[in-house]
Design a protein around this ligand. Structure first.
Ligand code: C2O
Length: 579
């Protein structure tokens, strides 16, 4: 409780006073806006620019875990947990990773789980059963495998030469860490059954044929009692799940899922940072919190969707410290890993990989199939072919699911233009051309917040567009008490925001906070690893489709979901160009 008070106090101290042009009072009532819990948002050029996101003072050393001190950590909802190995990793002999010899052993081909034949399922089940039967101090045991994930998600290790925790979610380490984890896990399973062609299946929830959890996960060694009963087969997964049942028919849910996938894979992910996540670097100053599009959702949302809603953190799948105890975790992550390869192909050279050594040379440790303790670097994880596996291709129907505007752009523009006139009127009389409504009121996203946001000017050749992506940045997002929270972001939305979603072109993205742990065990203050979040959304294509790419301003709505808005505070919104 005291912690919560600290959080509120810290937030109030940190909050930057931002002035805003706003709707007239009447209109405010009309849209159900409540100033006491409303939040300040920037609407005027140059005002309220928050601290720039990750990367001002950071240190460029690659990260690694300090293996000499594995410590108790906190689950996402602040409950102590302990997932350290029984023998100190620091006492093991570390072997540098070597790429596997591919020929003569064939490529391991990862197939869609729903297409596996019964022999394959039986083989995989045997491997899982053996893994589950190993004593829990064995590095190949199912529990130790799952705990690998816990170590790096709850911050059981500090970063080397630092008191900051080493956590791999919500940043550019998300994809490579999970790729390495699955790589070793898959080879261990193969070894346990003497099959060096064994490959993990993937749960293709991005394709209508795979949107139901593959049936076999409800049986035998694959089953888990800790799942939401209402989401088991034949229920279609809600990729943008917000802890509420939508009541959609299967076909409707599939259409929403495809439009959402289009957004997260294509129009919202046209730069590496947008897709991969923010550039987390060493030490507290390098701390950033900004997952890429896919990590934010469907990754987080499918975790939530599978986990049992009766458990405090929707364990197993809903909480990272237990997620990998559910065998379905590995199929979920194989699909995430596959989507990384798909994105690479779609973007081709338009979104080059990161080249920073602080990414490429960051390392993680795992036990391999021969019980060697291996250090693998991000640079080793970039090419599945070199790692000896590939994905069987399936159709990508979301490539053709580009959403349409909910309201014709010409109509929307007229409505929005009136709002612009009102806010201009409001601004006059103030020397700075701004009006302040909220001062130091408690500032939360209790209801939908709308703001007019100025677009940056492009100069000269830039005006011809090209390489730069226009990005909408919602910065300084602070979830009080670090609980579950979600809000959706829309541009130029005039339709009912309660009903609007990914099927509307106005949908610019979503923010999902699966709680991420705000402090260390035994510490009564915010941990150095805790940071306000930044949400970056690519909107260039969206602006073209909404015919807003020549406008000076756009209207942005932040729509809290599932009643979580009272816990969300936001410092502001701005639009930038990203190279
Ligand atoms: Cu490391 Cu799906 O989480």
């Amino acid at each position: 409780m005291g912690q919560r008070v600290h959080l509120v106090a810290a937030a109030l101290l940190l909050a930057i006073l931002i002035t805003a042009n706003w709707f007239s009072g009447d209109l405010r009532d009309l849209i159900g806006y409540c100033p006491r819990i409303g939040y300040l948002l920037q609407t005027v050029n140059g005002v309220g620019r928050g601290p720039s996101v990750a990367g001002d003072n950071h240190d460029n050393r690659p990260l690694a875990a300090n293996l000499s001190a594995c410590h108790a950590s906190l689950t996402d909802a602040d409950r102590p947990t302990y997932c350290c190995p029984p023998r100190r990793d620091a006492d093991q002999i570390v072997v540098e990773f070597q790429l596997p010899e591919i020929a003569p052993s064939p490529l391991r081909v990862r197939r869609p789980a729903h297409l596996l034949d019964s022999d394959y399922v039986a083989k995989y089940e045997k491997a899982v059963a053996i893994m589950k039967s190993l004593p829990s101090d064995h590095p190949h045991s199912f529990l130790r495998q799952a705990n690998n994930h816990c170590l790096y998600c709850t911050g059981s290790y500090n970063q080397v030469n630092s008191t900051s925790l080493f956590k791999i979610h919500r940043s550019w380490f998300f994809f490579p860490w999970h790729r390495a984890f699955l790589y070793f896990h898959e080879r261990i399973l193969g070894k346990l059954i003497g099959d060096d062609t064994f490959a993990l299946p993937y749960w293709s929830w991005d394709n209508p044929e795979g949107m139901v959890m593959p049936e076999f996960y409800t049986r035998g060694a694959f089953n888990s009692t800790q799942r939401e009963p209402g989401h088991l087969p034949p229920h279609v997964a809600d990729l943008n799940y917000q802890r509420e049942e939508t009541g959609r028919k299967p076909e409707e849910q599939m259409a929403v899922n495809l439009a959402f996938m289009y957004h997260q894979m294509v129009s919202g992910a046209r730069k590496a940072e947008l897709f991969m996540g923010c550039k987390l670097t060493a030490g507290a100053e390098g701390g950033c919190d900004g997952p890429g599009t896919i990590e934010d959702a469907p990754h987080n949302t499918v975790h939530e969707w599978v986990g049992n809603g009766l458990n405090p953190e929707r364990e197993y799948m809903g909480a990272f410290y237990t997620a990998a105890r559910d065998p379905a975790f590995y199929a979920h992550h194989a699909n995430i890993d596959r989507l990384w390869t798909v994105w690479r192909k779609i973007m081709d050279s338009a979104a080059p990989d990161f080249t920073e050594s602080s990414w490429l040379d960051t390392s993680f440790t795992f036990y391999d199939e021969n019980l060697r303790f291996v250090r693998i670097k991000v640079r080793d994880c970039l090419d599945p072919a070199k790692l000896g596996y590939a994905y069987e291709n399936i159709d990508l129907p979301w490539l053709n699911a580009r959403p349409k505007p909910a309201v014709p752009p010409e109509v929307a523009r007229n409505i929005l233009k009136k709002k612009d006139e009102w806010s201009t009127l409001l601004a006059s009389g103030n020397p700075d051309g701004q009006t302040t409504y909220f001062n130091n009121e408690e500032q939360a996203l209790g209801a939908t917040v709308r703001a007019r946001v100025q677009r940056p000017r492009r100069h000269g050749a830039q005006a011809e567009k090209g390489e730069e992506e226009e990005i909408l940045v919602v910065y300084g997002i602070h979830v009080l008490g670090d609980v579950y929270a979600k809000f959706d972001v829309f541009v130029n939305l005039v339709a009912d925001e309660k009903k609007a979603g990914p099927l509307a072109r106005e949908f610019a993205g979503t923010f999902v906070n699966t709680p991420r742990g705000a402090r260390r065990v035994g510490e009564d203050r915010l941990s150095a690893a805790w940071r306000k979040s930044t949400l970056k959304l690519g909107i260039s294509e969206l602006l073209e489709d909404l015919k807003a790419d020549r406008d000076e301003n756009v209207w942005v709505s932040l729509v809290p979901r599932a009643g979580s808005g009272a816990n969300i505070m936001v410092d502001g919104i701005r639009i930038e160009l990203l190279r």
